[in-house]
Design a protein around this ligand. Structure first.
Ligand code: NAD
Length: 357
């Protein structure tokens, strides 16, 4: 190979023009110029803080990451942590408002507790948009601005917000995507989350690249709203399996079965499920399960109650019968009302059932 051909194959060279404003700075590649990306991350709670930390560590040098949370301390802590450990040149900025964080950002990621927070956040962000921003943005990027919501909310609220994004940023200027996740705080910290994504086909590969900076897989579930439908269907099933596993373990043990033996039987038989195999509710059966550390950590019973409620609301929206849901919701509600169960992993329903510990 000639020296000229070798040079042509060298990896991309970055040249930063720092004196220009962020949205017009260009990263000059050996082939075509590429603008620098501005990300906004909104909602730095248990999940969001860790996700934003992973995102910043994997962003390209000299991209910008803006952070916002109503809790100013979370913003300050992450800016401090990211700045002190920073590798590469990503610019981290704390923002004073959601509008400031999202202004002209190519990618906005949100991770908020409840549907009303998501509705309110995007109401605020969209109000601050100039209606003509399509024409303006199109001059520097052909790609739509992405609004990726990782919150667990109901699909109807998500579709409502998606419709307001389309109305404010029409003709492909903006796309709202639902990308709820599983993997918990452990997965968020390790960057091993699984995202369930609802978006039109043509946006998925771009969305996937972004999500893989915070997780290990992104599953395309279908059009907008499908990620949440998948997430709630899964968590509904989990809510029922968790209670049923607690009941079955308690039942067998009351008949004198050793819990290890019973779990072994179930886990090679048709009753096998994640609560029986990985998150067994009986202390000592699975050493790494929350039950073996007094139900600390894991997936909080409050979060399970929330997801079950959202699944029930989404079922009602479509006229779907979920006859077990009411019973399950009562079980979680009664268990959470007891101080020995409150704030613990959802497998603590086994304790509420009176299971032997
Ligand atoms: P969290 O309550 O710890 O964090 C939410 C953050 O949002 C807080 O820092 C809060 O200050 C901030 N916030 C609230 N309203 C805001 C607003 N209007 N603008 C900006 N910031 C705002 O919640 P979390 O555990 O991080 O969960 C976030 C989402 O992820 C939820 O929808 C939850 O159901 C889902 N989820 C959580 C887990 C988990 O294990 N924690 C697992 C999977 C999915």
């Amino acid at each position: 190979m000639t020296p000229v051909a070798t040079a042509w194959r060298r990896p991309v060279v970055l040249l930063l023009v720092r004196s220009q404003p962020a949205r017009t700075r260009t990263r000059l590649f050996s082939t075509t110029p590429r603008r620098l990306d501005v990300y906004a991350f909104i909602g730095l709670g248990q999940m969001g803080y860790q996700m934003a930390r992973n995102l910043q560590s994997k962003l390209a040098s000299a991209d910008t990451l803006r952070l916002y949370d109503i809790n100013k301390a979370a913003v300050q802590n992450l800016v401090k942590e990211a700045t002190s450990q920073q590798v590469g040149g990503v610019v981290i900025q704390g923002s004073d408002s959601a509008e400031d964080a999202a202004r002209e950002a190519n990618v906005v990621i949100s991770c908020l507790p409840e549907p009303e927070h998501v509705r309110q956040l995007y109401g605020t962000i969209l109000k601050a948009q100039k209606p003509s921003s399509k024409g303006k943005d199109a001059s520097w990027t052909a790609e739509p601005r992405l609004f990726i919501d990782c919150s667990t909310i109901d699909p109807s609220t998500s579709r409502e917000v998606a419709a307001s994004v389309l109305a404010t940023l029409p003709n492909g200027a903006g796309q709202f995507i639902d990308a709820p996740m599983s993997g918990g705080v452990v997965g968020a910290t390790a960057g091993t989350l699984t995202f369930m994504v609802g978006t039109p086909d043509d946006h998925f590969s771009r969305v996937e690249k972004i999500l893989l900076r915070m997780g290990k897989q992104a599953l395309h579930c279908g059009p907008q709203g499908s990620g949440l439908a998948a997430k709630l269907a899964n968590n509904y099933l989990l809510a029922i399996e968790n209670i049923a596993t607690g009941e079955a373990m308690n039942f067998g043990m009351q008949w004198g079965l050793d819990p290890q033996v019973l779990a072994k039987v179930i886990n090679v038989s048709t009753g096998r499920c994640w609560p029986s195999e990985v998150n067994n509710p009986v202390p000592g059966v699975v050493a790494t399960a929350p039950a073996s550390r007094d139900y600390q950590g894991g997936f909080g019973i409050g979060l399970m109650r929330k997801d079950l409620r959202l699944a029930m609301e989404a079922a009602e929206d479509k006229g779907v019968k979920l006859p077990l849901a009411e019973v399950a919701a009562d079980v979680y509600k009664s268990a959470e009302a007891e101080s020995r169960c409150k704030g613990r992993d959802f497998s603590v329903v086994y304790r509420w059932l009176g299971g032997k510990e």
